[in-house]
Design a protein around this ligand. Structure first.
Ligand code: 5GP
Ligand code: MG
Ligand code: MG
Length: 191
């Protein structure tokens, strides 16, 4: 395999309808967000705690943290929400793995792949706020405004998208497609 083939853009499979956001657009937007975040936290007294919500945010987090020019540490949390086939969101969010950093007095930035109903971010903001941080803010790559059930404040947003299932750039369908370099729309799965 030569360089050219390993750098080629993976083609859409029949499960995927179209590329919604290509890799270049993602890169440019992540650059903008990282610049904004670096500016806003420039006077932070201690390193900012970036909390990636596993697993979907891992690529977004990796790209954003490498573009920051402020002191920061990386942490992770894993959640699960009861629902059907992993795609139906209920309000029942459960913690599978907690963060390790002590958040008291610290600036905390939650890094999430996508805002859908809002239950996940609402849960995280409440849970982290109870730990007496200096601040809690959110950076979210994708937002589906048509799907909101609970209002959630997004401080740094990548892109608004329509109400379709998306994969790639960290996001999966049944653990597939996470490492696609673009965001693609999936063909609806009929039961
Ligand atoms: P919420 O709690 O806001 O309803 O849902 C947030 C979570 O649902 C996201 O973190 C993500 O794991 C999952 N999710 C919602 N929409 C999509 C989507 O279109 N694609 C993927 N892969 N996950 C999604
Ligand atoms: Mg997520
Ligand atoms: Mg998932």
């Amino acid at each position: 395999r030569n360089m050219r083939s390993s750098l080629a853009i993976p083609p859409l499979t029949p499960d995927l309808i179209q590329v919604l956001i290509d890799a270049d657009s993602i890169r440019r937007r992540v650059d903008d967000l990282a610049r904004q975040i670096s500016r806003d936290y420039a006077d932070s007294p201690q390193p900012v705690i970036l909390v990636g919500v596993l697993k979907g945010s891992f690529i977004f987090l990796a790209d954003i943290c490498r573009r920051l020019d402020i002191p920061h540490v990386v942490d992770f949390i894993a959640l699960s929400s009861y629902g059907l086939a992993g795609s139906e969101q209920s309000g029942n969010v459960r913690m599978l793995m907690d963060t390790r950093e002590n958040m008291e007095g610290r600036d905390v930035l939650i890094v999430e792949d996508i805002l859908d109903s809002g239950h996940t971010l609402d849960y995280l903001i409440r849970n982290f706020t109870a730990r007496k941080p200096r601040s809690v803010k959110t950076a979210v790559l994708l937002d589906k405004p048509d799907r909101h059930v609970i209002p959630v404040k997004v401080d740094y947003l990548g892109f608004g998208i329509p109400d379709v299932w998306v994969v790639g750039y960290g996001l999966d369908y049944a653990e597939k497609y996470r490492t696609l370099p673009y965001i693609a729309e999936m063909r609806p799965v009929t039961a």
